[in-house]
Write a protein that binds this ligand. Structure first.
Ligand code: PAF
Length: 279
């Protein structure tokens, strides 16, 4: 695997590769890689000729300084995992290479940025827009792969690509889960043993809530999630919402043929976890 820390060197490599007619797949990450990330590399390798992964903990998307400082960083383990997955190139820049000058751009993602993660993490999606647009402009991949755990992020990135008229095709990939159902996340490594056990309750609650939506209604599911998270002293609910899966508009009533998604953000101790399940 080739490793670059400068975009100008990566661009040169990719220009040569593209001249041979190779298609480029791109997997942007913030590192602390797990099998969820590796599944994106595997899909990219199956669908394109040459796979680039980036590892960059993007400061502009953190609205909480402690979260940024505490974000797990495991570069040596990441490189070993990517080598094992036969990733072709790793781009691991520092802040100066990504942001040679301050990025003051303000994106307008409209409604999408006012709900759920957008509402609870102000400025987060603007930071995602900044870094993803810079990475896509530099790498110009044919396809870029994102995990569906960040359901709203995938919608934001699709909107970004549309607004900037970029030609990269954005691919949403399935969530990978631990054997007990917890969605894989770099943040899981920050959970203590006890918190990890409590976090395993998230997928259980989400499935029980889906059953309640179908048997009773959305409010019954919301009441249940509120009660369950209040009961666990180490859990604090940020939001639970049931939305139209295409627009993310919150739903008041469940309509069986309408594609519907349930989404949650919950603190377990100090670690904020998100998950989503189709209804
Ligand atoms: O999902 C992530 O890990 C990040 O938001 C991304 C897309 C790599 C941008 O920093």
């Amino acid at each position: 695997m080739l490793v670059f820390d400068k975009i100008k060197d990566l661009k040169k490599c990719l220009t040569d590769k593209k001249k041979t007619g190779a298609t480029i797949g791109f997997v942007p990450t913030m590192g602390a890689l797990h099998q969820g990330h590796i599944s994106l590399i595997t899909i990219s390798k199956a669908e394109t000729d040459f796979t680039v992964c980036s590892i960059f903990v993007n400061p502009t998307q953190f609205n909480n300084q402690t979260d940024l400082t505490k974000y797990p960083r495991t570069p040596q383990k990441d490189i070993a995992l990517l080598e094992e997955a036969s990733c072709d190139v790793l781009y691991m820049p520092d802040v100066e290479d990504v942001y040679p000058k301050n990025d003051n751009r303000q994106f307008n993602f409209g409604y999408l940025d006012t709900i759920l993660e957008g509402e609870h993490r102000p400025g987060h999606f603007n930071g995602v827009g900044q870094v993803v647009s810079i990475l896509l402009a530099g790498i110009q991949p044919d396809k870029a792969y994102f995990g569906s755990k960040d359901y709203q992020q995938v919608m934001i990135v699709k909107e970004l690509v549309k607004q900037l008229q970029l030609s990269t095709h954005i691919i949403a990939c399935p969530i990978l889960r631990e054997p007990d159902g917890l969605a894989m996340s770099s943040r899981n490594t920050r959970l203590s043993g006890e918190e990890r056990k409590i976090a395993a309750h998230i997928p259980v609650m989400m499935q029980k809530a889906i059953a309640l939506i179908k048997e009773k209604d959305i409010n019954a599911a919301k009441d249940y999630i509120k009660a369950e998270t209040t009961m666990h002293p180490l859990m604090k609910l940020d939001y639970y919402e049931v939305c139209d899966a295409n627009t993310l508009q919150p739903l008041k009533q469940y309509i069986p043929l309408q594609s519907t998604i349930s989404l949650i953000a919950v603190f377990v101790g100090n670690v904020r976890l998100i998950d989503n399940w189709p209804v």
